[in-house]
Design a protein around this ligand. Structure first.
Ligand code: F6P
Length: 528
């Protein structure tokens, strides 16, 4: 706190004046990644103190426990091992006295064989035609990760058309079905629990649609289940040949690396899917082995905590300067907010500080023309992560130069703002009268001093995307340790699910088991 008081009034620009080497010192390089975090309201001492804080919080031990499969999801008594799904060097990892690695390899092999069959056209639908359309049916982690990655790697995509159905909104499923040829569409029902209302309802509707023009025996040619609940899959009508198993140590929001990523594997091919995993593994190794002060996920997590807990910033905005990453902010929203949206610490006590940040964002340059005004001149402090790629995939130099110029310009503008003297000079040059200048002055001044991280990556490849996702996963993990909260459960979403079921009964049975007058009034309005 003393350090915060010392530097809180120092602007980012003043930090640059005080330390001419700052840009160099506050930049990190790793493989194709470059992170410049110098445009922040902090100095080297801040990072040093954050490193000490992380050591005191037992981060090193926590990282080992995480990777080694200790049951760090204590409230559900589970290990958190999405990192094992992308580990290509380990032969053995014991969970409940069972080595889980051979099983991981077996699932990967099954994904490879299956996706090769679908992509090559060897797998035939019920009328003997090859598959042309893939529909992923799932919600939350069973949708957001696969959707985001499939979009992000569109450049590497094959001939298969891919759709995602998530919402229980019947219009969503029908709009997609409208575009799916029944003879050549493969449905992937992705639900770790196979108990999620939205997914099961959509799966039943799709099955009914399918059976209205084919027979039960044809189901196995068009439906795949990805889940850990073998009993429910059986009830749905699928046998084990059509099942890809998920394990309970794969958290839903971190499941794209598992068989839940089958839609990714199908759309870009197994080799590219493996590159995605390998990129994530490489970033995991960086996270595990790099000293705190040079560690990319750690530095990003320190900066997040710094603004959240000292400057009371409430949100963090993510701006990828590529249209491919249009769903990345959404994906991170779940990964981060479902993980760290907790108000009870690891001892079950209410926390006395802010935890999880609100994550939002959109692509640059579109976002500049939408909500940047509020970041530049609004009343709130909104730290931003800018993510860009040095090379564009179609090598459109004119476009790429403009895109990157905007990225850099915005980080500069956010930091510098526009001073009174600059506005006056600008208006004088445009021949404004001194009266008009006085009147316009307050509106045209930008206070600046808005913090940004610049993440510049060589090219959007499957490998680099894997590393980027892993970078943020480890940031989320670290923040959970620093805030002393459990990041891998999500009890808060359960109440709404229970009440939705209760209200559904009320809607269908016309009896009333709802106490609240406002809710009752809404139900009646809907029913009659
Ligand atoms: O409602 C939250 C949640 O449990 C997420 O954590 C999960 O990703 C999503 O629901 C879907 O769960 P499932 O894969 O079991 O259908």
């Amino acid at each position: 706190m003393r350090h915060f008081d010392e530097i809180k009034m120092t602007s980012i620009e003043t930090h640059f004046t005080n330390d001419p080497d700052r840009a160099k010192r506050m930049s990190l390089k790793w493989e194709d990644f470059f992170i410049d975090y110098s445009k922040n309201r902090l100095n080297s001492k801040t990072i040093l103190l954050m490193c000490e804080f992380a050591k005191e919080a037992g981060l090193e031990k926590a990282i080992n426990a995480y990777f080694e499969g200790e049951k760090i999801n204590q409230t559900e008594n589970r290990a958190v091992l999405h990192t094992a799904l992308r580990n290509f060097s380990m032969d053995s990892l014991l969970i409940d006295n069972k080595n889980i690695i051979p099983e991981i390899h077996a699932v990967r092999k099954k994904m490879k064989l299956f996706s090769n069959k679908i992509i090559s056209g060897e797998w035939k639908g019920f009328t003997g035609k090859s598959i042309t359309h893939i529909v992923n049916v799932g919600i939350g982690g069973s949708d957001l990760g696969p959707l985001m990655v499939t979009e992000a790697l569109e450049f590497y995509k094959n001939h298969l058309t891919t759709f995602f159905i998530s919402n229980v909104d019947g219009d969503h499923v029908n709009e997609v079905l409208k575009k799916c040829p029944i003879e050549t569409t493969l449905f992937l029902i992705v639900s770790k629990s196979f108990n999620t209302q939205e997914t099961i309802t959509n799966a039943k509707t799709i099955k009914k649609w399918f059976l209205s023009n084919s027979s039960e025996v044809s189901l196995s040619k068009h439906f795949i289940a990805i889940s850990s609940n073998t009993q429910k899959i059986k009830e749905y009508g699928l046998t084990k040949e059509n099942v890809f198993l998920m394990k309970n140590w794969t958290g839903g929001r971190f499941s794209l690396w598992s068989s839940a990523g089958l839609s990714i594997c199908l759309s870009i091919g197994y080799e590219n899917f493996e590159k995605l995993l390998k990129g994530a593994e490489a970033m995991d190794i960086h996270f595990k082995k790099t000293p705190f002060e040079k560690n990319m996920p750690l530095i990003l997590s320190f900066i997040g905590v710094w603004y959240n807990n000292f400057y009371n910033a409430e949100t963090e905005v993510i701006i990828p300067y590529t249209q491919y990453l249009r769903s990345f902010p959404n994906y991170l929203q779940q990964a981060s907010m479902e993980s760290n949206g907790k108000s009870v610490d690891r001892n079950g006590e209410n926390v006395t500080y802010q935890t999880g940040t609100i994550i939002w964002g959109s692509t640059g340059t579109n976002a500049q023309h939408a909500f940047f005004q509020l970041i530049h001149q609004g009343t709130r402090l909104i730290p931003a992560d800018f993510i860009g790629f040095k090379n564009s995939l179609y090598k459109e130099k004119e476009h790429q130069d403009q895109l990157i110029a905007n990225f850099f310009a915005q980080t500069e503008a956010l930091m510098k703002g526009k001073k009174k003297s600059e506005v006056i000079r600008e208006l004088e040059l445009a021949n404004y009268s001194s009266k008009s200048i006085d009147r316009l002055l307050p509106f045209k001044i930008f206070k600046g001093n808005c913090p940004t991280n610049s993440i510049l990556i060589k090219e959007l490849t499957p490998y680099n995307l894997g590393a980027l996702i892993s970078l943020y996963e480890s940031k989320i993990f670290t923040q959970g340790i620093l805030w002393n909260i459990f990041s891998y459960d999500q009890w808060g979403v359960e109440l709404g699910k229970e009440l939705a079921n209760k209200i559904l009964i009320t809607i269908n049975s016309r009896s009333n088991n709802i106490q609240n007058k406002s809710t009752e009034q809404l139900i009646n309005l809907y029913r009659f």
